[in-house]
Every structure is written in structure tokens, then in C-alpha cells.
Design a protein around this ligand. Sequence first.
Ligand SMILES: [Zn+2]
Ligand SMILES: [Zn+2]
Length: 551
Amino acid sequence: MGFNFTPHNDDLLFVPLGGANEIGMNLNLYRYKGKWLMIDLGIGFADNHLPGVDIVVPNIDAITPYKQDIVGLVITHAHEDHVGAVPYLWPELGCPIYTTAFTAAVLKAKLVEEGITAKVPIHEVKAGQSYDIGPFTLEMVPITHSIPEMHAVAVKTDKGTVMHTGDWKLDAAPMVGGTTDEATLKRYGDEGVLAMVCDSTNVFVEGESGSEKDVRASLTDMIRECRERVIVTTFSSNIARLESVIYAAQAAGREVVLAGRSIWRMVGAAQEAGYLQDARPFLTDTQGMELPRHKAAFIATGCQGESRAALSKIARGEHPMIRLSPGDTVIFSSRNIPGNELEIAFVHNRLVAQGVEVINDYNGFTHVSGHPARMELERMYQLVRPHIAVPVHGEARHIHEHANFAKALQVPLAIEPSNGVVINLTAEKPGIIGSVESGYLAMDGTSLIDSNSTVIRQRRKLRDDGACMVSLVLDKKGGLAATPRITGPGCLDEEEDRDFIASLAEGIGEMIEARGKRTKAPTELVHNHLRKAIRDELGKKPVITVHIHHL
Ligand SMILES: [Zn+2]
Ligand SMILES: [Zn+2]
């Protein structure tokens, strides 16, 4: 699927390659005068269609042919869905990166962790300063989110200004990071904004997202009431929440223990950038387990039930250090991301089975969102007053609802993007004018593979139906030299299915004899025979492999 961009050199185009079909994996492109500006390059989380895969990254085939024309990658903030794919995809792009100090610190730590040794040009920029990248003049506008140094990006061109909000909320007391710079947003609104590309995550939530200050007070009360061991789990990238938990624990007279690699990394980056300065030194899980039960508060990764995260290991009793007992408490200071409910419930059940009390945002005030609810969106549209609303950071249902909401707020035009569309943002005739290739790649072990590759499709089949393998040894005349050896991992039980396996071997033997003098290897015959026999007997369709050895 190609698109000829050349006739549109004087148009301001917007092309999302991620984040406009899902919440996650954000990748936004702007094109003007033949040059490309990229905003954010994030990962998404794999669902059960991708067995054995944890994360996905956007397919960037549509932009790599133009890599020499990418003038920069601007990163709005340090959340994984905005910065997480840089270590995997930057080597294919090679463009300069622009971001503010904290995000740069997190990114540098990630690059080291992922073994990216190439010199990645990261330019630190400051809020409130204009900087030119190719035909674009940019300004980072401070805006509140659940992480320090979140910035909307004002993208100025001589075709008009785009306000690219990134993730945001309004919170008069965000505890970490500044409040939203409403004066600057209003100034842009006064000057005239052509389009606003805006966060749709919580468009279905009425009212306001709520304040971090109130969550902090609630967590402090909650931890104070606990008498035994306490574990709090949250997103490790939610620095405001980490700070809330740390200060709540310390106020309750407990030392803070960190469990999980990503929490140590985020806390390190936050302290390097000047945050969390009043925290007492953090303890390792070994040190934490040596303290009296009421003297430690653990912060663990795994609030989404991720099987390899610290909390899941603790719940399964497989963590190398941390153990829980009846009367201990686990607090989920997070929301359940749609799609993760089963994994979270699994962890929850395992904890309850151990006699552990679980508090989450259903039975306690443990969380506020970092994304704008409807009243906050309304306020943003009042400040920026764009001519065109372009909702992103949502599934199709969020984007559609956001477009309708924007129109109800008197925005003249709303365009609903999906990944890969080419949107002309030029004032005279805005709209979708075509599309380019989009999609995602799966991070499988250490390599990126097509999410619909043979390997993944076969792995799905193996997961659902198992495998059946047969080895045949044929003599020089093409007859069987030994009884066929059949194994069926995930499909046949060597003991229980002994008779059936023997009948399969017998059937194959008869078939080989019956095929007479034909010399062609009987691979396909054997394959078809097994497929039919297993389907008839077990109602399963395993992956079948036939190995033939000739004497
Ligand atoms: Zn975010
Ligand atoms: Zn996000």
C-alpha cells in the first residue's frame, strides 16, 4: 500500500502509525515541505493472540524509506507507550531525538539496559523555549500527567499550528511535576490553532479524573491501619504514585523496599532528575524481609498481573525472597487495563488463598487516572479552541466518542483517525486523503517478528492443539524397517493413549505396505492419515510433523 506524498509537499499532513486503534504503541508523524517530524515511539502489550510475546511495537515500514527526511523524534514523556520502542526501532531511523531532562534520563537508562551502544543523539530541550526542527517550530508546553515532565507539543508551521497534547489531565495538586500551563494553552488558542491532536483514553468517564493529593492521603491512612506486611503495586512509570506510596509508607513508620527491575530503574531516573529527594534510602527485598513485618512497605511491579513481575511471583510463592502470610495486605494502586482482567484476577485469587487482604480501586480509594475525563476535555477545548479535533490515544470507540464530544463543544470539524491514515490538516480542505502500511511487530525473545508470521501462527496452533510427530525408517525397498515412533507433546499422553498410539503406528505400517512399489516418500500420505485419525478419535488438529529416514 503506497501513497504518493510528493504532490502534498505544501500540505501539512498527519499520519498516525500507532495509538489510533489502541491505547498504547503511540507513533505520530507530521509531514510538511517534504520533511517528517515524529512524536513518540512507544510499545504496546501483546494479548493472547501472541503466545510467548509480551510487547509489540509499531510497524514502521511506511516511514523507513523516508528516514533521511525525518528531522527529529520528539518524546512527550517517559511512559512505555510513548518511549518504549526507541531501543528497538531507533536503529532503523537514526534521527535526532528531542525531549526534556527527565525523559532523556529514563530513555538513556533504557538504551543501556537494552544494550544499544550506538551514540543516540538526544537533545535536551526546555519547556517554554521555541526550537526549530526543519520546517517545524516547536514548543514544549508543561501539562499534568502521572509522570514528571509531561509536555504537550505545539507544532508551528506557516500552514498553521497543531497542539499535540500527548497524555494529560488537570490536577491542581499533582504532587510531582507541575500543573498544566493553562496560560500558554490559552495564548495558543488566542493566536489560533488549526488542529488539536488529543488524548481520548477517558472520554467515557464523566466529571474529573481526581487529584493525586487525595490518593496520597488515602494511601497514608490505609498503610497506617495495616499491622502486618504491606505490598503496594503500581505502574513503575507512575512517578507521582511511587512518590505517594513512598511518603505514605514513611509517614506510617515503614521503610520502603523496592521489588522489580523497572521500579529500581524509574526511581533511579527520578532521583537523577531531582525528584524523590526527601525519600529515605530504599531497601532491597533481602533487607526488607529482615525487618519486623510492620516496619517495611514493599513496592512491587505487576499491577496488571504480568506473570513475570514481582507480585505474580509472590502470589505464586515463587519469589526468591518475598513471602506473604495471612493478615498481610496487598494494595493495587492502579486500574485494570482492559484485556488484563483475567491475569489480575489470577493474582488476586492466589493472594486471597494465602489469607492476604487485597485492596484495589473497587474496594478502596487507591488510584486516580492520569488521563482527562470529560470535564477536563471540555476545559482543554475552551482553552485551545482548535479548528479541527483529531482524537488519538484510544480504540475506535474512544476516538469516535471523542470526535462527537468535540463537535458538541463547538469544534467546527473532527477527523477520526485509524493507524496508517494520511490526514491533510490544511485549513481549506482537511480530511483523510489516503493511507499507508501500518500494523505491529511482536518482540519475540530478542527479535522482532511479523505478528502474523508462520512462527506465531504455528505457536498459536501448538498452544491450542499440541503437536504430533512421527519418525519412520524405510528400508531400501521403501518398506518399514522399524515400527514408526510417534510422540504427541500437548496432544497425546504416552501412557493413557498407548493403545491409540499403537493403532496409529499400525495404520501407518499398513498404509506403507499398501502403497506398493511407489518410490515417492510417503510424507503427505502419513501426514493426512494422522490428521484424519486424530481428528476422528480426539477431535483435535495438532501440528503434525513427519520425519522419514532412509536406510
Ligand atoms: Zn502517559
Ligand atoms: Zn499514553
